[in-house]
Design a protein around this ligand. Sequence first.
Ligand code: ADP
Ligand code: VHF
Length: 366
Amino acid sequence: MANIHWKRIVVKVGSALIAPHKQGCSSHYLLGIAQFIANCRAQGVQVVLVSSGSVAAGWHRLGDVKQPSVSQKKAMAAAGQADMMATWDKLFDFPSAQLLVTHGDLRDRERYISIKNTLFSLLDHGLLPIVNENDAVTTDTLRVGDNDNLSAMVAAAADADALIICSDVNGLYTKNPQLHDDAKLIKQVNEINEAIYAMAGGATSEVGTGGMRTKIEAAEKAIAHGIETVIINGFDPDAFNRLLKGQNPGTLFTPFDQPMQEHVHWMTHTSQAQGEVIVEDNFDAPLDDQETQLTSDDVVAVKGNFSVGDTILVRKGDGTKLAKAQANYSSCLLSFIAKQPDRAFAHDVEQQTGPILSDENIAILE
Ligand SMILES: Nc1ncnc2c1ncn2[C@@H]1O[C@H](COP(=O)(O)OP(=O)(O)O)[C@@H](O)[C@H]1O
Ligand SMILES: N[C@@H](CCC(=O)OP(=O)(O)O)C(=O)O
């Protein structure tokens, strides 16, 4: 841990810390977190807050609901979001700003850049961005679904040095400590693999989403961007003091020595393929080489409906994933020219329209 060198951090706060009893927000546990954020800012560290809690905060507004439906949860989020923002705002003597996003926003390159610019603009003006998923408008296909993964995407967009995930447990244990007395805290993880995922279970509280599994997913995304990630217990004020001293109070995930390039990281960890282009099993040209670009001659099949600018997966028929890339063609046009028996006509179209895959936004997978 080397917090003295942090320029920018993302702090993610789970629902149990904000609205532990589903009866509106409580500042009880937030005071220590707010103090930590203020201390970081006083040391010149820029901070972005990713705050959960809108659903838990708005829960009581819908009456005595035991197991809310998806639309009830959205209504709770809409009812609780303002309460959550107001609760944070009261704890700071600097201005904050609300940023609500969905995965639909983050996976669209133009909107992603726009979000990035807004974040930097807020930070440059000394505001504290408070980010949450825009739960009220999400659909199954447009949502991130949990704020752990969201915080990692935000940390990448903000080009943060560290992601601090404040939860209701001390960190990652060998098994769920809420269920097993003999669970042991893991202090440091240098490689995220199946064994690490196998330890991580789901949430046990009524208000948490994703449990430890989504925190590992978040750490995997963040460390690939060179962002050190720490899971700490947000109930424990001492955890924040220790962080400020450069100590590790929870579980530290060490970042890659050689982080992915920005656009490759976005392609791999934030963007989502809207369709697939299948190539011959013996295809072996490097897809990121200008000289050997994919042509319609190589395309065996086109799957899904994608538009120009969407991310697509290029794979072989045997399932080998070759690359994720931004498409310069719609699925309709690509499918049409790939099926043309008159190859000269297909090549003419390609001459006029340009390469099938963007050479700027491409991530080679295997
Ligand atoms: N191996 C594990 N180590 C620690 N916590 C775990 C583990 N497996 C599952 N969990 C669960 O993950 C929970 C934290 O996730 P979650 O409830 O989603 O909290 P948050 O609201 O902070 O995101 C813990 O309270 C615990 O029940
Ligand atoms: N966007 C949701 C939070 C979803 C979520 O991941 O919650 P948590 O597991 O408590 O971080 C909300 O504001 O209630």
